[in-house]
Write a protein that binds this ligand. Structure first.
Ligand code: 5AD
Ligand code: FES
Length: 354
């Protein structure tokens, strides 16, 4: 197993069979961690980037089987923030030193391209020194282009799984796998710093689908990869499925760090939800980003993608401070600057396969 870890650390790529072996093995966890954090230290020192997360709408026209804000969940109270609410979040965030904001929401048709562009322009006008990340789901290439032209810098769209058959088990028929893939390549071609990612331990996931996820990462070369454990939500068809484990998530985080040494790799809220020290462990496994919640405290509980989500407290600035303390406790320091990806040529166009 050591040889395989060494091979990955030098070549940053493996064959599918090798991926399946390394994904399954737990023989050399300490060594894997060591090699992964060596890259993290080399490129980022003890710095952990922060992005202020603004969850601006929990309306969603989609019906992903795993997600707590899916259309068919009639139990969740829906909300959407106004442009002024969003700018207020930015104002508070800016005062807390955030220089990058992530606008995340369900696929809400109220937010037309015009409204999104208007929000981006206002944010850019008031906070020209800040980076804007969008996480709004699947759109046409023309819409992605308009948002980019308005000033959006980055786009997060988890691919969820790179295996078409697995994808179909997680999503309704109205959400074809091909469209998700097309969106990611479109975003890359436009010039966004792109983030993809997947849940660890999602229903029907196997070491083979995970191997395909890793092969997809080597092909897409994203600037950011968001992964976290699958956590069941009681109002979804997956309510009774088992949740992903901390151990498997940490293993995958380290493997991603070895595959894409300079990638921005968040230690996610979902990981912090299944273990009180989850986010600290995620950083120690190779992660280098945390995304404190900046949403108004009045709506935080409503953006419940999975059960028992943390960071829904009633103190607006709490997450920022809490994470600073947590990172310090493990010898890391949070930085609030834009923290652009250090990926070589992230702005170059992807090599989209036919
Ligand atoms: N458990 C963990 N992560 C989830 N997400 C959605 N539902 C869940 C869940 N039940 C993740 C998806 C999505 C991101 C915004 O949140 O990967 O892309
Ligand atoms: Fe949100 Fe600790 S990071 S409460």
């Amino acid at each position: 197993m050591r040889e395989l870890i060494d091979k990955l650390a030098t070549e940053h790529a493996l064959s599918k069979e090798e991926w399946m072996r390394i994904i399954e093995s737990r023989q050399e966890e300490a060594y894997l961690r060591e090699r992964a954090t060596a890259f993290q230290k080399e490129y980022y020192g003890n710095k952990v980037y922060t992005r202020g997360l603004i969850e601006f709408s929990n309306y969603c026209k989609n019906n992903c089987l795993y997600c707590g804000i899916r259309r068919d969940n009639r139990q969740v109270e829906r909300y959407r923030l106004t442009k002024d609410d969003i700018l207020d979040c930015c104002r508070q965030g800016y005062a807390l030193d955030f220089r990058t904001f992530v606008l995340q929401g369900g696929e809400d048709s109220y937010f037309t391209d015009e409204r999104i562009v208007d929000i981006i322009l206002s944010m850019k006008k008031e906070y020209p020194d800040c980076a804007i990340t969008l996480s709004l789901g699947e759109k046409d290439k023309a819409s992605y282009q308009r948002f980019f032209d308005a000033g959006a810098d980055r786009y997060l769209l988890r691919h969820e799984t790179a295996n078409a058959e697995h994808y179909r088990k997680l999503h309704p028929a109205q959400m074809p796998f091909e469209r998700r893939m097309q969106c990611l390549w479109d975003l890359k071609e436009i010039g966004y710093q792109v983030g993809c990612g997947f849940m660890v331990g999602s229903p029907c996931q196997t070491r083979e689908t995970l191997a395909e996820d890793m092969l997809f990462l080597t092909k897409l070369q994203p600037a950011m990869v968001g992964i976290g454990p699958f956590v069941p939500h009681h109002e979804t068809p997956f309510a009774k499925e088992s949740q992903g484990t901390v151990e498997q998530t940490l293993h995958m985080l380290s493997l991603i760090r070895l595959t894409l040494p300079k990638v921005l790799l968040p230690s996610t809220t979902a990981l912090g939800t299944i273990d009180p020290k989850g986010r600290e462990m995620g950083i120690l496994a190779g992660g280098n980003v945390v995304m404190p919640n900046l949403s108004p405290t009045t709506v935080r509980k409503q953006y419940e993608l999975y059960d028992n989500k943390i960071c829904t407290g009633d103190e607006a600035a709490e997450c920022r401070m809490c994470l600073a303390r947590r990172m310090e406790s493990i010898g890391y320091e949070i930085v609030t600057d834009r923290g652009d990806s250090q990926m070589d040529g992230y702005k170059t166009k992807g090599n989209q396969p036919e």
